[in-house]
Design a protein around this ligand. Sequence first.
Ligand code: ADP
Ligand code: MG
Length: 260
Amino acid sequence: MSKVIAIANQKGGVGKTTTSVNLAAGLANMGNKVLVIDADPQASLSICMGQQEPDKLEPTIVDIIEKLVNEEEIPDGYAIIKHSDNIDLLPSNIGLSAAEVSLVNVMSRELVLKGYIDSVKDNYDYVIIDCMPSLGVMTVNALACADTCLVPVQAAFLPVKGLQALIKTIYTVKRRLNPKLEIEGILLTMVDSRTNYAKDIIAEVNEVYGKSIPVFPIQIPVSVRATETSAMSKSIFEYDPKGKVAAAYSTLTEVVMKNS
Ligand code: ADP
Ligand code: MG
């Protein structure tokens, strides 16, 4: 049984890509086979996973969408890059913006990706989809084929305010397209636990959402080490294995594995 986790938040810079990379690495370290899908035209995930120039890369998820739209056969393993022993990557590039627009006139446009994901997911224990910062048709496609949605949110006032729109979209997708969709949890990221401000935000999120939606008991601390990993094409477990961010992502991995 495989589990598909969409990592989504319409706000950028909240830690979606960092969480995708490190949760994938954590799950892989525990012996799971993981497919990570870059569903953002900015291709940060592809870059973080060693693809220096994604815009020169072919094929990518863009070609998969093109084939799905044209109802063409997709060869086994098409566009998937072996990243490490247990991690495969389906990269993205800037062409995804145009590909997303091309979806708009397709019949059942919200379900285009689902057929593809259903056909590859059994090769993996986990499929992680790093969504783009919008609630557009690509993100809805990711939610429509996911078992759960993990919501990273930066521990600050405005990002937390923006959660409402995302949660509404998740429940709309659940009602109309994907009844099995659940929220894996809200994950507070870039937490500076020395400040009262961070403590207030954590308390507020638990108070406002905690009764109806799982809020992860672990938060990801803010650390310059985490920022550096993005440029190093390494996971936090390779770059700073003894640090607090590695410890947090390791605990997050355990919680996610227990949930499934
Ligand atoms: P998103 O995918 O939501 O846009 P990213 O994962 O790319 O967010 O993170 C945004 C920026 O914040 C990146 O530069 C990243 O390196 C940095 N970052 C992510 N997590 C942390 C953290 N725990 N501490 C410090 N910086 C972080
Ligand atoms: Mg990102």
